[in-house]
Write a protein that binds this ligand. Structure first.
Ligand SMILES: [Mg+2]
Length: 232
């Protein structure tokens, strides 16, 4: 039998606001603290190029894997702490309310390990059914390598399509261009604009995670009340 609903979140820039650096850039900076001058220079250059949008998905993954191969769980936790400093009680309460009426999941082009550490620190890892993105996995020598599940925006849309069989309604919440295919594939797509003023995409746009989550709750509750013929 189909579950009633699923709400899918993007991670970077959606579940937390990006201030200067996203979570993967923060992990590189954290790893660089324990490394020599050359590594620091390489890391800084990579981040600058990444912020200019120079890399495609494959070349990003290749370079990112090299830079974080010696990262540790402590560094991942450190990044999660920085991200969580922008998230408060109100966001958590809204997410908890939503989790009572909807399954929750994360589809990200970012790193699953960081998203998981973030949810653990928020005390909400049990509320999310899945986190799919890129996973850092240790080999026998303790070196991280990268397992890419969601390689890019189109994979997010394919993942939504594959979840169709299990859910009556799928909501997707993102923040930018890499989320558009996922938002289009969902029944209802939303954008969290985190303090940006203008609506940039043709989707309902909210100034905070809390307001987007509260809107999801309203949407799902009114959907439940509406007669079947009135639904999309
Ligand atoms: Mg994002």
């Amino acid at each position: 039998m189909k579950e009633k609903s699923l709400t899918i979140f993007d991670f970077d820039g959606t579940l937390y606001p990006i201030n200067s650096y996203d979570s993967e850039q923060l992990l590189i900076l954290s790893a660089a603290k324990e490394r020599g001058v050359l590594f620091k220079k390489r890391g800084k250059h990579f981040i600058e190029q990444d912020q200019k949008g120079v890399y495609d998905d494959a070349s990003f993954h290749h370079r990112y894997e090299k830079l974080v191969k010696q990262a540790t769980s402590t560094m991942i936790d450190e990044v999660a702490d920085i991200l969580l400093s922008s998230i408060g009680k109100r966001e958590k309460e809204a997410l908890l309310r939503l989790s009572r009426i909807s399954d929750l999941g994360i589809l990200t082009c970012g790193t699953e390990n960081i998203a998981r550490a973030f949810l653990q620190k928020l005390g909400m890892d049990d509320s999310f059914s899945f986190i799919r993105g890129k996973r850092l996995v240790r080999n026998e020598e303790g070196i991280f390598h990268l397992l890419v599940d969601i390689a890019g925006p189109e994979d997010k849309a394919l993942a939504v399509d594959s979840l169709r069989a299990d859910y009556e309604t799928i909501i997707a919440i993102g923040d930018g261009p890499t989320d558009i295919p996922m938002l289009e594939a969902a029944d209802h797509g939303m954008i969290v604009a985190w303090n940006r003023q203008n609506r940039q995409y043709p989707f309902d746009t909210f100034p905070s995670l809390e307001s987007a989550v509260l809107h999801s709750i309203d949407y799902l509750e009114s959907n439940t009340r509406a007669p079947r013929s009135a639904r999309r």
